[in-house]
Design a protein around this ligand. Sequence first.
Ligand code: ADP
Length: 172
Amino acid sequence: MGIMTRIETVRGDITEQQVDAVVNAANSSLLGGGGVDGAIHRKGGPRILSECRDLRASHYGKGLRTGQAVATTAGLLPARWVIHTVGPVWSATEDRSELLASCYRQSLRVADELGAATVAFPAISTGIYGWPMDDGARIAVETVRTAETRVTLVRFVLFDARALEAFTTAVG
Ligand code: ADP
């Protein structure tokens, strides 16, 4: 099924993507943060945060666990949904790759549940959470390639030339 998924890499801003769902590099509180998270809430308006608060209260009292994903609507963004996922913080002493892979896999699972056919991802964990870009890109591309999903387009949206280069190389 993943064989039906087209993968593309673009330089740009995740908040501007005209796709069914954009993925947020959230933190476990679901209550906002910097980087992608800050940009999504800033441009998407208060509706997204309000839905995140409700999710927190109803299902995730202790926060969303690392590697998990959950959806809200997308407020004022062109996308229809935001899929919030919590990447692992990079560790030099512990291999957390499986948690990073899980972010991509679980986000695609949520996309399937929503019926979202086109999904844009940022480079999860490679900002504030410190994951090395080349490794993050390799894990992202490998995981999407091997995922069983009905998503037809995965667009990796990279903020700078360096990230674009890493992801484009990983796609091969
Ligand atoms: P994390 O906490 O998971 O590291 P960040 O949001 O800090 O998440 O960063 C993830 C990646 O997204 C970084 O490579 C960062 O440069 C990039 N980024 C930041 N803002 C945006 C944006 N508006 N659109 C796309 N990518 C972004």
